[in-house]
Write a protein that binds this ligand. Structure first.
Ligand SMILES: [Zn+2]
Length: 78
């Protein structure tokens, strides 16, 4: 999958056991559902549309989670 470098990553959605998929900033010209994506750790609104998505983390919580896993000696996230 080609990733558009102009798109900002807003957060991550958990798609499986140790797999996370980035949530990109909504693109102009695309239609999105008018539902918030909320971080399940800190309840911050990640995006005002494109939701609802369960198991989503904001960038900050995702980085914290990744760091915790690293400290715990667990495998890397993909
Ligand atoms: Zn968060």
């Amino acid at each position: 999958m080609k990733i558009d470098s102009e798109q900002t990553i807003l957060g991550y959605t958990r798609t499986g056991k140790d797999t996370y998929e980035p949530i990109y900033e909504p693109k102009r010209g695309f239609v999105y559902t008018q539902a918030f994506i909320i971080c399940y750790e800190c309840n911050t609104a990640i995006s005002g549309c494109g939701g609802p998505r369960h198991n989503s983390l904001c960038v900050k919580c995702f980085e914290n989670y990744r760091l915790e896993r690293f400290i715990d000696g667990q495998g890397p996230l993909t």
